[in-house]
Design a protein around this ligand. Structure first.
Ligand code: SAM
Length: 241
């Protein structure tokens, strides 16, 4: 998978060199490049912002550097899916992470200040698929943290990136439920025990316990998820809980 990130703070994306993403890059599974938007400025101050049209507080990222950046990074017929980070965008979810993991090329635009001139989105949308994307109902200083979250959620779904792909099977948000709590050794720690069923060696019982815990945990923490669950995915024993 190819990933390009455009930002005025390339250093903010340094964690993309680390851990499993760094290893996936070393293995050639991810071709990830971070670009400094100021490369496409021409004034001595390398300015990327201007006063908002119509007045008001703050500054807006001007379209010219973004336009030149897109023209240079996307020169030919092959087009990326462009993700423009914005608190006014489509909410990012695990389902969207799966959708993006199937794309061969993702490009991320990190906004700053009051955001990017809307004409950049409109111009790009004539040339490629563009999605404005939000990581939650709150406002950050810039899109870099959003990109870190999205890239991490997406790339761990790319085959070969995660050491054990089975880890993806039962995890939270996979089938609309939260995952059951996890435990490891020792069996007793500071007066708290690992639930005995997990040490029973009975895989059927362990699976059932995990299923029940997932349902109960979801009901407690995220009843909204439970309401959206397909009733057909619940069996007799689930309904008795
Ligand atoms: N004036 C904008 C508004 O009210 O919608 C907020 C701009 S915000 C201060 C600056 C940049 O941070 C945005 O352009 C976007 O790139 C990024 N950003 C802030 N919150 C975000 C969120 N929840 N999800 C994704 N990106 C976000």
């Amino acid at each position: 998978m190819k990933i390009d990130v455009v930002t005025v703070f390339p250093e903010y994306l340094a964690p993309l060199d680390l851990s499993l993403i760094g290893r996936a890059r070393d293995k050639g599974l991810l071709d990830l490049n971070v670009h400094d938007l100021r490369r496409w400025t021409h004034d001595v101050h390398h300015s990327v912002d201007g006063a908002p049209a119509g007045g008001g507080a703050g500054m807006v990222m001007k379209p010219q550097p973004w336009g030149e950046c897109l023209d240079e990074l996307v020169p030919g017929e092959e087009r990326p899916r462009l993700l423009v980070t914005s608190p006014a965008g489509r909410p990012f979810t695990q389902a969207m992470a799966h959708e993006l993991a199937a794309e061969p090329w993702l490009m991320f635009a990190c906004g700053r200040y009051e955001g990017i001139d809307q004409r950049v989105v409109d111009y790009a949308a004539d040339r490629m698929e563009v999605t404005e994307v939000s990581i939650g109902d709150y406002v950050l200083f810039g899109g870099e943290v959003a990109v870190l979250a999205i890239v991490e959620a997406v790339t761990r779904l790319v085959p070969g990136v995660l050491g054990n792909a089975a880890s993806l099977d039962d995890e939270s948000h996979n089938a609309g439920l939260l995952e059951a709590p996890a435990y490891t050794r020792p069996a007793e720690w500071r007066g708290h025990e690992v639930p005995p069923v997990l040490l029973s060696g009975d895989h059927g019982k362990v699976d059932r316990w995990r299923r029940e815990q997932a349902l109960l945990r979801t009901a407690r923490a995220r009843p909204d998820l439970l309401e959206r669950l397909d009733p057909g995915s619940l069996d007799e024993r689930d309904r008795l809980l």
